[in-house]
Design a protein around this ligand. Sequence first.
Ligand SMILES: N[C@H](CCC[C@H](N)C(=O)O)C(=O)O
Length: 282
Amino acid sequence: MKFTKMHGLGNDFVVVYQKDPLNESPRDLARAVCDRHRGVGADGLVFILPSERADLRMRIFNADGTEAEQCGNAVRCVAKYYYECVSGVKKELTVETGAGIQRVWLDVAGNRVDQVKVDMGVPVLQGEQIPVTIRKDRVVEEPLEVDGRHFAFTAISMGNPHVVIFVDDVVSFPVEAWGPKIETHPYFPNKTNVEFITVRSNRELDMRVWERGAGQTMACGSGACASVVASVLTGRTGRHVIVHLWGGDLEIEWSEQDDHVYMTGPAEVVFEGKWLGSDASF
Ligand SMILES: N[C@H](CCC[C@H](N)C(=O)O)C(=O)O
């Protein structure tokens, strides 16, 4: 199985392009490929597949083998791959994901894609199960008790689940200690991604993330989107924010006009390879 190793701000993926739909679950393959000691090493295994509804289809499997509805950093990577290695023509693409069809705009210099802008869709405020298009001036954060410690959180779905928690200092916050406890808390039946945020200004957030099915990653695109939505809903920032992640910066805008969240950031190719593992029946 040929693959291309890519990343978005250090959130890294093994990307596989194939012309046929998947005919079996790549759960075990994802675990093997993503293993950082016995495999290639990655946060996820991503397939670029044919689509009847968009230019291409993306399926993303976390390092633990679970499939996620969407992945912002991976969408930027697959769009870059598709332009540079498949199509080479269209600088605006549509990508079918488990969270719906996402529009993507490519910033191309020469024949290389630099920055990628993605329409990440309309956020949904969880807990109350209402679309945030029903105007809410301000949202009260919900309480969550975890091993005797109390957190205040805002739950936002970007197609995949996110819990956003504001803390005084993300640099020193013990993400590895509390991330997995919140990810698997019974309050979240499908588990959840967990974003820890410190507000730097009305236009800047600092973010660390514990991802569902992957652990602490260097960046989470859908998590950055959810964090900006939570920051707006709790009156902490405006709608156009630079999110400073461990691996770099993402530009996020939650549009007043259409309620969609737009994310702009880089995507990189690192190397190409061939997976020789026994379960490489793809
Ligand atoms: N772990 C996530 C999928 C990857 C999302 C993240 N890497 C991004 O860039 O959006 C989940 O299970 O929902």
